[in-house]
Design a protein around this ligand. Sequence first.
Ligand SMILES: NC(=O)c1ccc[n+]([C@@H]2O[C@H](COP(=O)([O-])OP(=O)(O)OC[C@H]3O[C@@H](n4cnc5c(N)ncnc54)[C@H](O)[C@@H]3O)[C@@H](O)[C@H]2O)c1
Length: 371
Amino acid sequence: MNKPEIGIGLVGSGFMGRCHANAFRSVPGLFEVPTEPRLTMLAEASDDLAARAAQALGFARGTGDWQALVSDNEVDIVAITAPNLLHAPIAHAAIAAGKTVYCEKPLSTTAALALEMTEAAEAAGVVTLVGFNFLRNPMIKLAREIIESGEIGDITGFRGRHAENYMADAEVPHSFRTDPQGGGAVADIGSHIISMARYLIGPMAEVQAECRTIHAARPVAPGAFERAPVEVDDMTHALVRFGNGVSGSLEANWAATARTMDLSWEITGTKGALAFTQERMNELELWSGAAGRSGYTRIESGPAHPPYGQFCPAPGHHLGFTDLKVIEVAELLAAHAGGASCGPDFREAYEVQRTVEAMQASHAKRQWVAL
Ligand SMILES: NC(=O)c1ccc[n+]([C@@H]2O[C@H](COP(=O)([O-])OP(=O)(O)OC[C@H]3O[C@@H](n4cnc5c(N)ncnc54)[C@H](O)[C@@H]3O)[C@@H](O)[C@H]2O)c1
């Protein structure tokens, strides 16, 4: 029997828009999903951009007006991959129309706006999901299982970092990422390592942070001679205390020369330790403390770590970044069919945003800030 079809409306067709489109196209061939995604409509900044992107990414229709997409009767899930400032208005319109909302991180530009979005979604009872795709990695799920099983004992420390080099050059122009309203490394990629820390260790109770701007000015647009001051951080370092008493540190850094995807962490326990970096996303390092066995052991991802086997029956062949988005979309479709969010939902993304703002407030006040 044919599965019921479900209409996908995608807003934005840049880096993340293409990842979302690929995930919706691929998911039925890889996962037992309850519905068949139909690529119904794509919204872009203009009709022309939308028409070209819709054709390139396999959507039936394109529009230069995201409001038309949100109110279209054939769209059931609204996927938001537009710049951060647009997340709130698009999400509110989609929630009002009773649609499932799949929004990229950070949820919004301020914690206050993120809370409004969360409360609106909860009041309307719509399913929400936020694109913290790195949590979908089977190696991250395995790490959480190892921690919960007590295999590495009581957790004593967390050292986390999300470091990339895409803003290391002062010639990289301004974009929504450097918008004083909600931009900066701590919001852009700090949100990923904060969500990871919360997933593995739990909520943070207190933070003390320093936010630094490395490049004081950047070109106003690609290739422009004119420069405008940078008002957001290029790197943030924070000391953190988790609610369960664990201490640690976090770094968000988009000017990390030489680093391309160092979303990494090390977790110490009384009996062992774990370490991970997204640059080697198919590996988890475990130190189990056996006598005469010092040094980390490398665990390689394979079919023993669901849902790796959905992609490949053989170990060592490796998943990639875009596969994490496919896993995320498989869970989204299940959540949509079941009528309940699978997490990380808007509420969780609001908590992440609150943590980002606590770090910024700590920097401004030069003191610890409680969450
Ligand atoms: N989950 C992840 O790993 C990840 C990675 C990168 C970016 N992101 C997030 O995804 C979002 C987009 O980032 P990106 O890197 O894809 O940016 P991008 O600049 O590559 O793409 C944004 C797209 O939105 C379009 N757009 C702008 N105004 C619009 C409008 N009014 N209506 C419709 N479309 C409009 C732009 O034309 C562009 O195509 C951001 O929120 C970012 O934080 C998440």
